[in-house]
Ligand binder design. Structure first.
Ligand code: GLU
Length: 292
C-alpha cells in the first residue's frame, strides 16, 4: 500500500479570496479526498507588512463556507522564520549564496547598460553585480550597515550537484486532465534569485520549498501562473536534500473580460458572491468542478 497523498492550499492573507482561489482550494481538497489523502491549509504570511489578520480570518470563513475541511493546527509561515533562516544558512555554509547590496535602481541601471541583458519569465535577470564582490568588500559593506539580500549563486548551486549536473525533472499533471506532463527543470530561468529578502530575511521560494517538505506535501497543486516557480523550487529541493513532490499547475479562472483575476476584483471575491446569495454548489458549478 502506498502512503496517503498530501495536498495543500497556501494563500497569502493580503486580500480577500476570489474565484481563482476557490478553484485552487477545492482542487487540492478534492484531489486529497478522492484518494483518501490529507488536505492542509497553510497561511503564507512572511510579508508581515502586507498581511492583515482580518484577511486571515476571512480565509477560514470562506473555506468553511465552501465546505472544505483541513487539518489543524494550520501552519503559519510567520511562526517558522528561524527554520527558513537555518535552511538558508545551510546553503550559505556550502558556498552557494552571496550577499547582494544592490537597490532596485542599481539593478535597473546595470541592466540598461547591458546591450542584450538576459531575460527570464519575469523580466530581466539580475546581472550578477554582487556575485563578483571580494570578501573584503562584502565585509566592509556589512560593517557599514548596508542592507543586503541573500541571492542563490545558480552556477555554483548547479556545480554542487555534480558533473554532468542531473536533470531536475518536474512531474506535472496529477489531475483528471493532466497538464504539462514530465518537464525538464530549467533552474537557470530566473538567474540568481533572492532567497533572503532585505526586509524579512527569507523569500517566497525558500519558505514554500521548506514547508512543502516539512509538511510532507506529496502533490503541489496551484495555478498555472506559478508553473515557472517549480523550476526554482526543484533546484532548492535538490540542494537541501528534499524529495520532489508531484506538481499539478491547473487552469486559471479568468475575469469575464478574459484577463486574470486580481485581488482588486471585489465583485468576484468569495465573500461578495456569498453576500449576493450564491451557494457553494453554484460556485463549484461555475468553476466547472464536480458538485459533492
Ligand atoms: N502563497 C502563494 C499565493 O498566494 C501560493 C504559493 C504556492 O502555492 O506555491 O500565490
Amino acid at each position: 500500500m502506498t502512503d496517503a497523498i498530501v495536498t495543500r492550499f497556501a494563500p497569502s492573507p493580503t486580500g480577500h479570496l476570489h474565484l481563482g482561489h476557490a478553484y485552487a482550494a477545492i482542487f487540492a481538497h478534492d484531489l486529497a479526498k478522492a484518494q483518501g489523502g490529507r488536505f492542509l491549509l497553510r497561511i503564507e504570511d512572511i510579508d508581515q507588512g502586507r498581511v492583515r489578520p482580518a484577511f486571515e480570518k476571512q480565509i477560514y470563513e470562506d473555506l468553511t463556507w465552501l465546505g472544505l475541511m483541513w487539518e489543524k493546527p494550520v501552519r503559519r509561515q510567520s511562526d517558522h522564520m528561524d527554520l527558513y533562516r537555518s535552511e538558508l544558512s545551510r546553503l550559505s555554509a556550502a558556498g552557494l549564496t552571496y550577499p547582494c547590496f544592490c537597490t532596485r535602481k542599481d539593478i535597473q541601471r546595470e541592466i540598461k547598460a547591458i546591450p542584450s541583458a538576459p531575460h527570464g519569465p519575469e523580466g530581466a535577470l539580475y546581472p550578477g553585480t554582487c556575485r563578483h564582490l571580494s570578501e573584503t568588500e562584502r565585509a566592509q559593506r556589512k560593517a557599514n550597515g548596508d542592507a543586503y539580500a541573500i541571492r542563490l549563486n545558480v552556477e555554483a548551486a548547479l556545480g554542487s550537484l555534480g558533473d554532468p549536473e542531473p536533470y531536475l525533472y518536474i512531474e506535472d499533471g496529477c489531475g483528471p486532465h493532466g497538464e504539462h506532463g514530465l518537464q525538464i527543470g530549467e533552474p537557470h530561468l530566473f538567474g540568481d534569485i533572492v532567497l533572503g529578502r532585505k526586509d524579512v530575511g527569507v523569500s517566497y521560494h525558500l519558505a514554500v520549498t521548506v514547508d512543502d517538505h516539512r509538511q510532507g506535501v506529496t502533490h503541489v497543486t496551484r495555478g498555472e501562473d506559478l508553473f515557472h516557480a517549480a523550476h526554482i523550487q526543484r533546484l532548492l529541493q535538490e540542494l537541501l536534500g528534499y524529495t520532489a513532490p508531484i506538481y499539478h499547475h491547473h487552469k486559471l479562472i479568468l475575469h469575464n473580460s478574459g484577463r486574470r483575476l486580481a485581488k482588486r476584483d471585489q465583485d468576484l471575491t468569495i465573500k461578495h458572491l456569498r453576500e449576493e446569495g450564491i451557494t457553494p454548489a453554484a460556485i463549484r458549478q461555475r468553476l466547472g468542478l464536480p458538485i459533492v
